[in-house]
Design a protein. Structure first.
Length: 357
């Protein structure tokens, strides 16, 4: 199985993360020569996290923000030992496991997206994620029998969250929670909260492309956040969203984590819980613009997994949430309110209307 090497900024492999981190730190170093902003970038929660303060706060705000990120990693990572999520998974089929309020909050949110999506989003996808191991050592195409064995363990409706007892229980041995589709969004909301608590007046939080803007820019202009071109290197845009403070822009895409199988096919990390294989529906990315990053993260994965038509239908039922879908033919589809926030300016892409039904 070969890894792709032509687009190093695209995957979440450790070496690539290190390279990205170096670039981010160089940017920080460059910025620190100039007068104002206080920046920091570090590898946490499995991705490059950067915080740039433009107004207010001080170094303690950055310390507190990264401490919170490490706390979230220590409780919510499914890939590390000793986390609360690992303990819940180890207790599957045996015992309810103590879980603090923040972990239960994120799990409840994930379960709500499982319900909203009719199962296209499912945080109990863990056993299937582990089979593929996409973006980790040992990534591979599992045998169909392995997938058939893992799929019955994927069942969000079986998860028991008990707020009175402060526990979470997975009722069947082998079940595994994976909060990878939503924890980064929660982390972005938490970093924003911590920064405001430390009297930060303006900041940009970027957790591996999951962006949240905090407060008002010192010059009073709107925040301008690019939407990633899924076919080009990180940092290339298809257009820019102009946003108020508190807004978030979250993208789920096939380029985030993937590998090329021995069969030459592209296998990415958003899995269809119905089949156990990467969701293949013609989409290459879905971006959600909203104010809650946990919701935007849950939704971007949900909309991707649902596909263009069902995803667009769902987003149109939600208030204060806009979405931009990009398909493999470089067609861009936007929800009815997205045009007020986002302008497509990359001529390689075509703004396209969904055929009315
Ligand atoms: P990213 O981590 O690149 O921001 P997403 O938010 O879309 O991307 O989350 C993808 C991750 O979510 C996968 O790496 C996996 O851990 C998990 N996952 C994959 N498929 C699903 C699914 N259908 N429902 C819920 N979680 C999923
Ligand atoms: Mg997500």
């Amino acid at each position: 199985m070969s890894r792709t090497t032509n687009r190093p900024a695209r995957s979440a492999f450790a070496s690539t993360l290190c390279a990205a981190l170096c670039m981010a730190l160089c940017a920080v170093a460059a910025a620190s020569c100039s007068a104002a902003p206080r920046d920091r970038a570090d590898l946490v929660i499995g991705t490059v996290c950067s915080v740039r303060i433009l107004d207010g706060g001080d170094r303690r705000a950055l310390d507190a923000a990264f401490e919170r990120l490490r706390g979230i990693e220590a409780s919510m990572s499914a890939n590390a030992e000793g986390t609360v999520v690992a303990a819940i998974n180890a207790g599957a089929g045996a015992v309810p496991v103590p879980a603090p309020a923040d972990v239960r909050y994120v799990i409840r949110k994930a379960l709500s997206y499982a319900e909203l999506s009719g199962g296209a989003f499912d945080p109990t996808i863990g056993p299937v994620v582990k089979l593929w191991n996409i973006g980790m050592d040992g990534e591979r195409i599992p045998a169909p029998e392995e997938i058939a064995e893992a799929l019955p363990l994927v069942d969000a409706s079986a998860v028991a969250v008990d707020d009175a007892a402060s526990t979470v229980f997975l009722p069947r041995a082998g079940m595994m929670l994976d909060l990878g589709a939503i924890a980064k969004g929660y982390a972005a909301d938490e970093v924003a909260r911590v920064l405001l608590e430390h009297r930060v007046k303006a900041a940009v939080v970027d957790l591996g492309g999951n962006v949240k803007v905090v407060g008002r820019k010192p010059d009073g202009s709107p925040w301008r956040i690019g939407i990633q071109d899924p076919f080009d290197d990180r940092g290339s845009r298809i257009g820019i969203a102009e946003l108020e403070g508190g807004a978030t822009v979250v993208t789920s895409g096939v380029y985030e984590r993937y590998f090329i199988g021995d069969d030459g096919a592209h296998y990415h990390h958003i899995l269809d819980p119905a089949t156990g294989y990467p969701a293949r529906n013609g989409l290459v990315s879905v971006t959600v613009i909203s104010s809650s990053s946990i919701d935007a993260d849950g939704l971007s994965t949900t909309l991707f997994s649902l596909g263009l038509e069902r995803g667009m239908a769902l987003v149109e039922t939600l208030d204060h949430v806009e979405a931009v879908f990009i398909d493999e033919d470089r067609r861009v589809y936007q929800s009815s309110g997205a045009g007020k926030l986002f302008k497509l300016d990359n001529p390689a892409f075509t703004l396209t209307a969904l055929p009315s039904r």
